[in-house]
Write a protein that binds this ligand. Structure first.
Ligand code: ZN
Length: 232
C-alpha cells in the first residue's frame, strides 16, 4: 500500500509508488509525476490527484472524496475521457450523464474516487477520428462499431493501466467499480486492482443515444438490462 503524500500539505510524495511487483515492466511513478491539491467543487470539497503515467505519458486525474487510503470496497469509477459528452453535454452518448451520476453517488456515500482517463477518447482512437466516426454514423447509418471499422480504426484500444496505477498510488485496497462494462473489470484486475464488485451505472436512454446504447449492449458486451428491445 502506498499512502504517503496522499493528503499531504505539499502535494508531493517520495516513495515512487508504482506498479513494481505487478510484472508489467512499466517504470515506477516518480514524485515528479504526481501532484495533488484540495479542490472545491459544486458538490463540495474534493482532492484532485494528477498523475503523469510512465507508460502512456499522458496526464490523468483522480477526483478523490474522503479517506480512501487503505480503504476496502471504495466506490470508484474509471471514466474514459469524452470531450463531446463530458464537456459539451452531447446526448449521443451517456458519458456525461455517467460522470455526473458517479460523482453524485460518491458524494452520497461520502467516499470514493473518479479516475479520469485521458487518451480514451473514442475508446482510444482520439478526438479527430472519433468525430470522423460520428460523421460516418450519420451519413451511412452505421453504429459505433461499424463506423470505426469502416474507417479502418480499432474498436477499443483503451489502456486501463493508468487507472490501476492511480488507484494503487492512492492506496485503495479494493473497489466497487461503477461501470456497465465487464471488460473494464477484467482489465483493472489484470493491472492489479482488486475489484470487489461492479456497481451498475444505468442511465435512462434518450432518443439521441438509444442506438448507441443498444450497440454497446449487443456488440460490446455492456450489461444494460434497462434497455428495451431484444438482444442481437
Ligand atoms: Zn461519450
Amino acid at each position: 500500500m502506498s499512502c504517503q503524500g496522499v493528503g499531504g500539505a505539499d502535494g508531493s510524495r517520495s516513495d515512487g509508488a508504482g506498479p513494481e511487483g505487478l510484472g508489467t515492466g512499466v517504470p515506477a511513478v516518480g514524485p515528479a509525476a504526481v501532484a495533488e491539491a484540495e479542490l472545491a467543487t459544486r458538490r463540495g470539497p474534493f482532492r484532485i490527484v494528477a498523475l503523469r503515467d510512465p507508460s502512456d505519458g499522458r496526464e490523468h486525474a483522480a477526483l478523490v472524496l474522503g479517506e480512501v487510503c487503505g480503504g476496502e470496497d471504495v466506490l470508484a469509477r474509471a471514466h474514459s475521457e469524452c470531450v463531446t459528452g463530458d464537456v459539451f453535454g452531447a446526448l449521443r452518448c451517456e458519458c456525461g450523464d455517467q460522470l455526473e451520476a458517479a460523482l453524485d453517488l460518491i458524494c452520497a456515500e461520502g467516499r470514493g474516487v473518479v479516475v479520469y482517463l485521458r487518451g480514451h477518447e473514442g475508446r482510444g482512437i482520439g478526438l479527430v477520428e472519433k468525430v470522423r466516426t460520428l460523421a460516418v454514423q450519420d451519413a451511412h447509418g452505421l453504429d459505433t462499431v461499424d463506423s470505426a471499422t469502416a474507417l479502418g480504426l480499432p474498436v477499443d484500444v483503451r489502456d486501463y493501466g493508468p487507472a490501476a496505477r492511480i488507484l494503487l498510488h492512492l492506496g485503495v485496497r479494493s473497489v466497487r467499480l461503477l461501470s456497465n462494462n465487464p471488460a473494464k473489470v477484467r482489465a483493472l484486475r489484470e493491472h492489479g486492482v482488486e475489484v470487489a464488485s461492479r456497481v451498475p451505472l444505468l442511465m435512462p436512454a434518450r432518443r439521441e443515444n438509444v442506438a448507441y446504447l443498444t450497440a454497446k449492449r449487443d456488440r460490446l458486451g455492456h450489461d444494460l438490462p434497462h434497455l428495451d428491445g431484444p438482444r442481437g
